[in-house]
Structure formats: structure tokens, C-alpha cells
Write a protein that binds this ligand. Sequence first.
Ligand code: MN
Length: 733
Amino acid sequence: MLDEEIEEEKKDIIRRYRRLLRHAKPLLKDGDAKIIKKAFHTSMEAHKNMRRKSGEPYIFHPLAVAQICVEEIGLGTTSIVCALMHDVVEDTETSLADVEYLFGKKVAKIIDGLTKISGVFDQGTSQQAENFRKMLLTLSDDVRVILIKLADRLHNMRTLESMPHDKQLKIASETSYIYAPLAHRLGLYTIKSEMEDLCLKYTDSEVYEEISNKINATKSVRNKFIRNFIRPLKDELDKLGMNYQIKGRPKSIHSILSKMRKQNVPFEEVFDLFAIRIIIDAPLHKEKALCWQVYSIVTDYYQPNPDRLRDWISIPKANGYESLHSTVMSDVGQWVEVQIRTMRMDEIAEKGYAAHWKYKENKGGRDDSGLEMWISKVRDILEQSDTSAIEFVSDFRSNLYNEEVFVFTPKGDLMTLPHGATALDFAFDIHSEVGAHCIGAKVNQKLVPLNYELKNGDQVEILTSKKQKPTEDWLKIVVSSRAKSKIKDSLKEEKKIFSNEGKEIIRRKLKQMKLPYDQEILEQMTAFFNVKTPTDLYYMVGKGKIDHTELKQFREKKKEVKKKATLKVIENAEHPKEVSPAENKDLLVIGENTDYLDYKLARCCNPIPGDDVFGFVTVSDGIKIHRTNCPNGAELLSNYGYRVIKAKWTARHDIAFLAGLNIIGTDRIGIISDVSNVISSELKVNMRSMSITTDNGIFEGEIQLYVDDTQHLDQLIRKLEEIQGVVNVSRCN
Ligand code: MN
């Protein structure tokens, strides 16, 4: 490089630095400029021999990131210092301790956060997910880490040109997968839109070019249209002596493309290509009244579409967005979206989180903003959930873009939930215990099931029952990541309790059998009972799906293995061939041969007529009937083929089998008589007992009845579940 070029470059660096200071100036307090200067010099010195892919001096990048933090997010001195230093620890000799020595603990902590998350997408999927989770953890520490990271990513996207194509694709897809949704959730709409447009530019350049050319080509027509549209409005606003600004600009390329795809129309037919924004200067206490006054002026001139009125002033979005949106018909027969807001609201809409905090102090009683609640929920989920990182990220991500639904508690408190949320989501949002025992809800005084989808303005009262507990199916009912993680936790917790019980039982049994409790035996047992891991084995035993008789069979097998060598010959003599299933003489017909054949129904699988079954000759307990899909079945059938007897249920059902049903539902007059009617009259089933309790709108019952077979039982369950108000019917164990 020539000396003049180096000189020119130095001047350029100083120019950029001064520009940063100029923009930061209104935010600076005494001594701030000095700290920023120190950060700038430290960073420049550390990066002095480095260049970016484009050939520029590296310091351009931290300067640009700091500039974005100030100008586009509205962050202050600490963030500027961190932005300037953000790549120093990772890419240069400077250590975190150096940073702490020079700039203090707070800065060091943020830099540490930024360094840790820089590799979010550099490892395998699960590592990525884990790192992403770490990144979100820092959100609850100091949200500035995420904001600076977004600024860093935005600058990298803006300068993606000089990267090789495969890197471009990778960086762009990460950006659209996680950074743009995150920007959206933090209320940084401008940054989110720019990110999305830049992603499109690299992942689908043809479409991007086409739309951007068309936007440019229609510019003059559009500007003329906007001028005509706003002329009468301006006159009225001037008459009122209002201080205002009117902007009309096209929507982002990405959002136009989504509209084209969603509505399946060409560019020319997308009706709201642009929005008109009226920004007024209003004191805080008059904001709402003045915005509606402007709305009144607009609709005096243009007919509004009543379906497209959105009042985010009375109820701001969860990310803090406030604005009044309406779509009106212009003179030339074209729909136009009009956004009405104050300067304060506009700054929040543009700069999101940071601007929100700037105004927070003056806002009086409304400081429990949606955004704060959201961040505290994120913290909650992160701290309590032990779901796998990948699950977590996909649940979390699906929540980032969700729009909200607003509902009320019985006391009239407003709750915000993601769009599509159900009564069950609401229950979990109130408290995890309320969620776990939720059996239904009253929405606007009417009883609804768990999966009722909430609508704006619903007033929801949750009904709970102590007997209720989460099931796998619940995961399909809820949409919020909070509810999902609580349900997963609870399912895991339940499994853990049964596993611990099972572990104790096994330990005791092995002692009785005089067998050691060690890895080898556990492995033999998991193989014998055909389960994957010792934990699964504990769980099956704890739940009673493997009972003590089966555990005894395991010991018998152990003995047999020992004797096998000597017994083999004799066994072969006793069992010249395997019992062929076709040989009817060996067929045990259950329900007929009771008089002279001693058989019992195995407790591991509780067979009832209709189940596919086989008989198994035990050593001391006669014949046991198992279901062919019994968890122990495969093991028994493959290892003890000679002890298996083919069995089927008699076709004549002269015996009825006792089965128990649990039934829960939301109470209404006559429901109990409906239930007993279905059982006794409609299906002619004999009931042995029925006990039902009702409490605060819920009824729960246990019914003992005699059924012929599985078909009969299933039919009965189906019929009972059809009864209005019945939520769940299940077989008891
Ligand atoms: Mn960087």
C-alpha cells in the first residue's frame, strides 16, 4: 500500500469515529466521551493488523456496529464501548481480564456474553441449540448483549457481498431463522425488515431484484398518489394547529413477497404496497385522544374498512409496539393502510426495546409492559425447564413471531398469550399448578374443554381437579413454549417418581433372590424384559407393568442358564419339537376350560377378551395369559417357545370381565343421569359401582362395570366421551 493510501485510510477511520461521537453526543454524560475514546483506541490497536474480507481495515466493523447501536437502537455509552470492543477478546491477544481492568466489570460481562454467543451456529445442531439457549440466558442478565449482537449481525449482513457464496447462504439462513425473529420480538421492526430483505437478496436474488426494480419503477406514480391522498388531511391538521409529520413509504420487499405468495397474486395486484404514517407531536396524557382525533379526520375523507382497524394504543403489543392502524379506501379505488401514532410511539416502533426503556420512567402506572413480562417469562422457562436444547429452541422459536390474543381473568386482569392459545395455555400462564390440574374452563360463563382456542376479549375462568394430571396429548393442545415446557417437566417428573419406586423394588427383589445389584445383572434384566435402558426398566416395575411374578421368571431364567448344559439333552427329549401353533389340541380357549385348567390373567398387560393373547406355562403359578404385545411377550416367545400355549378367547361371552373406568368432565345439570343412561340403557352394561363427586363445576367419577371384551370397552368409552361435558374417559389400572 502506498503511503498516501495509508494516510487516506487513517483519515477515513477518524471520520467514522467522529460521526459516531456526533450521533452519541445527546446521550453522553460527563466523562463518557473519554471512555469511548479509550475503547476506540484499544480496539484499533488490538485489530491494527487485521483486515476484513473486503480488504477494509477491521476497525470499520466495530465502528459500524457501535454506530448502529447509537443511531438505530438508541443505546448509550456502555453499549458503544462494548460494540467497539466486541471482537477484541475473541480475535486478538487482548484477554477478558484486560477488558475488565480497562473498562470495569459491567463491560467485561457483556463482552464475555458476546464472545460466548459468537459461535452459536458454528457447531453441530445440538451444540447450536445449546449455545442459543446460553445466548437467551444472557437476555435475562443484560439484554444489551442481544441488542449488540443484533447490531453486529446487521452489519455483517450489510457487508455480506464480499463473502464467498456458501458463507453468504449460511449467514443469511441463520439470520432469517433466529436473528430476524428475535429483532421482531424485541420490537426492532426496522432492523428486522432490513435483515429479512438482505436475507432474500442472497437466498433468492432473482425475486429480490425483480421486486425491488418494480418498486423503483412505480416510485413516481406512487409519490403522486401519496401527495394527493394526504393533501386534504394536511389542511385539516394544519387548521387544528397540530405538529405532525406524514410519511408514505413502500413496505419491505420481504413483506411484499409474503403477500404475493400468501394471496397468490403478482406484484401489480398486491393492494397495500405501502403505508401512510401520520406521526403527531402530543403530550403523554393527550396521546390517545389526539390519535383518535386524527383517525376521525382520516375517515371523514376516506371510507375505512371496519375489519382492518387495529388499536394498539389501548392495548399495546407484547413487545411494546403502540399504534393505531386503519385501512381506508382512496379516491381512486385503492386500499391504503394508515398508521397513526405519536413521536414517542414511533421511536419505540423504530428502535424497540431501548426506546421503550427511555420512556418508561415517564410513563407512570403502565410500566409492567408486555416486553418486561416476556423477558421474565423467558427467564422462567430457561431456569425451570430441563427439556433438551433442541426441543427448547424449536418451541421458543415458534413463539418469537406469534402475534398475540388478549383475554381477561375473572377479576378483569388482562393476559396476553400467543395467537392460537387454548384454555390450557391460559391455565399454565396463571400458574403451573393450575395448568397441571386443569380440566376445563368457563369462557364467558360457558363451559369449554381444554383445547378451546381463545379469542380476543374472552373472559376465562379455569376449572381444576386434584385428580387431573398432564398427559402426552396435552402437548398437542398447547402452543405457548411456557406451557409446553411445564408439561414436559411434569411428564418427566412423573416418570422419575415411578422410576425411583421401581429401582427400590428391584433392589429388594434382587436381594431376596440372592443376586447382586450390579451393571451386569441390570443389563441381563433389560434384555430379558425387552426394554431399552435400566431407567425404562425401573419405570415399568414402578408402574406395575412388570410385576413380581415376572421378576421371579427372570431368576428362573438365570438358574436355567446355569443348568442349561446338563439339561439340554433331557429337555430335547421332553420337547421333541416346538409346539406348532396350528395344532388345535394345544389350543387353550379361555372361558371354556376353566374347570380343569388353571390359568390366570397376567398383570403386566391386563388382557381382556379381544386382546391377542397367548398362554405361558409358569413353574409354580399355572398358566398365565399375556397379550401378544405384552412388554414381556417378545422375550417369552423367543426364549421359551416350548412353554407357550396358543390361546384364544371363547366366542361365547358367558363370562363378563370387570373393568374400571375413570371419567372426568365439566358439570352440568343432568350429566350424571346421561352417563348412567348410556351405560345401563343404551349399551346394556352391568354396572357394579359408580361413585361420582362434583365440585365447583367439575365432576369426577369411577365406574366399575362388566364388559365382554376390548371392543365392548372401546365402544363404551367412545359413547361416554360423546356425552356433552365429558372431557376424558380412561381405563383404570
Ligand atoms: Mn463482529
